[in-house]
Design a protein around this ligand. Structure first.
Ligand SMILES: Cc1cc2nc3c(=O)[nH]c(=O)nc-3n(C[C@H](O)[C@H](O)[C@H](O)COP(=O)(O)O)c2cc1C
Length: 477
């Protein structure tokens, strides 16, 4: 069917389709299919926007758009540059993880990378042509390396070898990877991977500092065992899913204007730990996934973000400042230190109570008797900031985790805490929200209630920060 359609196209359209197909390394039929898929995904996204709830009116529940359709709606494009390190095998997994999320991945392998993985495996997994050579007569007839540099929304360097980082910092352009990095104006995310001594070397320290000054985002490296026997320390590449988490906010924002540029946003995330004694504490099941996603999404729209997080196992989001705390009191102190800010989004699950007098030493087990813990109230962070006279953020947003009467409790909380919006979610045991990847929230404002369909925590985060940007510019709600 596609070939009949193509034959019937007028000459100019056919020529443009041929050029586009060649540029993307696809047949004309495949290119036509890709265009149709993108158009249908855009239509789905448009429908879901049109179905947005009317404030104050309960919306008709909408089935979530199929994951693939939603994720390819904007056909995000990553250029993955694979450096010559042992961790190159993980970049194959990274290609798969990005593709699963509907991202188009093109790869450049350095000469050294080809010692570790093959062009064939990278092209089979990406479904795209893999580029290795700066002086390639088949791609350079129209200066293909500049095209590669321009077409990506995000350039990911994984693994970023010590050598690649040095080249980037120095602005060298003597092979395809470094020439493309120098020619690209896209956001660059590097995932360093190297021996701990290479990582600790003053030259690498200097190069890293230069790259950070140039606005390059960095994910990892982590502490762990090295491929070299007996070597351990900092230098392991971040795991593919961690790199994906760091990359996604920047991909989704690639087409979006930097609507929060210059705005200071404070986000809290995770649980708090309230000590009982030096080894025991009171905690809750919050994973921090929602708060971290919000911080990342705000940074991706250009905001200057301070993330104050309780103890979580998540990596720090890239492109923002993360401050780690344990207790509610510490969290409030860091927020106060971080003010003034235009927006404060309190997604952390802060413990309502703490032990009045934590034991200085570990409480010993006494046969037949249990200790009694006296609890006292923790500071109410949302109410404290919501009712501030001086330096109150323009927009104070709280989260309400409820297990019953979610909306009623959220409405009451909005009034009581002096905040502007409440994002309410049902965290009852069957909901899978606490610790899970999805969330179904109700946005409660003075104007009414919107019930958003179940979606990933990243999607909730993007939708929320988009609403924040609208509100700051006076668009809504
Ligand atoms: C077995 C082996 C493993 C290597 N692993 C790493 C590594 O993990 N990180 C790194 O920075 N360099 C590593 N190197 C050194 C790089 O391959 C070398 O610096 C190379 O020039 C990097 O080229 P590229 O940056 O163009 O990819 C390794 C070399 C060998 C032989």
């Amino acid at each position: 069917m596609a070939s009949i359609t193509i034959r019937q196209l007028d000459e100019d359209l056919k020529r443009r389709l041929r050029l586009r197909a060649a540029r993307n390394g696809r047949s004309m039929e495949d290119e036509a299919r890709t265009i149709l898929r993108m158009a249908s995904a855009d239509e789905l996204a448009e429908q879901s926007r049109a179905n947005k709830a009317v404030p104050g009116v309960a919306p008709i529940p909408q089935p979530a758009a199929p994951l693939l359709a939603r994720s390819i709606a904007r056909q995000a494009r990553v250029l993955l540059i694979v450096g010559g390190g042992i961790a190159a095998y993980k970049s194959l997994e990274l290609i798969r993880r990005l593709k699963e999320r509907g991202v188009v991945v093109r790869c450049i392998l350095t000469r050294a990378a080809m010692e570790f993985i093959t062009v064939l495996s990278a092209s089979a997994l990406s479904g795209e042509r893999v580029f290795v050579n700066l002086f390639d007569p088949t791609t350079e007839h129209d200066i293909g390396h500049i095209r590669l540099a321009r077409e990506a929304e995000l350039v990911v360097v994984a693994p970023a070898t010590a050598d690649l980082m040095a080249k980037m910092a120095a602005g060298t352009a003597d092979d395809l990877a470094s020439a493309v990095l120098l020619a690209s104006d896209a956001t660059v995310l590097v995932a360093p991977a190297m021996n701990p001594h290479m990582w600790a070397h003053p030259a690498t320290r200097r190069n890293l500092a230069s790259l950070e000054r140039d606005g390059v985002l960095v994910v990892g490296p982590k502490v762990g065992e090295m491929a070299e026997e007996g070597e351990a320390g900092i230098g392991r590449m971040a795991e593919p899913l961690e790199i994906v988490s760091a990359a996604l906010p920047f991909l989704h924002s690639a087409h979006a204007p930097q609507t929060l540029k210059g705005r200071r946003v404070i986000v809290t995330s995770g649980p708090t730990h309230e000590p009982i004694d030096p080894v025991r504490y009171i905690a809750n099941r919050s994973s921090g996934k929602q708060g971290h996603a919000i911080a990342g999404a705000a940074a991706a729209l250009g905001a200057e973000v301070l993330l104050v997080t309780g103890p979580v196992t998540l990596p720090d989001p890239v492109g923002l400042k993360t401050v780690k705390v344990e207790t509610a009191q510490e969290m409030l102190a860091e927020i106060n230190r971080g003010l003034p800010a235009e927006v404060a989004i309190f997604a952390a699950a802060v413990a309502d109570w703490r032990v009045e007098e934590p034991n200085a030493n570990k409480i010993k087990k006494q046969p037949g008797s249990s200790p009694t813990l006296t609890l006292i109230e923790n500071p109410d962070i949302l109410a404290t900031i919501g009712h501030r006279d001086k330096d109150r953020p323009r927009l104070v947003i709280g989260f309400a985790a409820e297990t019953e009467q979610v909306i009623e409790h959220a409405k009451a909380k909005l009034a009581r805490k002096g905040c502007d919006w409440i994002v309410a979610n049902d965290v009852s045991p069957g909901s899978g929200v606490m610790g899970g990847d999805c969330n179904a929230v109700h946005l409660v404002t003075a104007e009414g209630i919107e019930s958003w369909p179940p979606q990933s925590k990243e999607a909730v985060a993007r939708a929320l920060v988009a609403r924040v940007a609208d509100a700051l510019t006076g668009a809504q709600p």
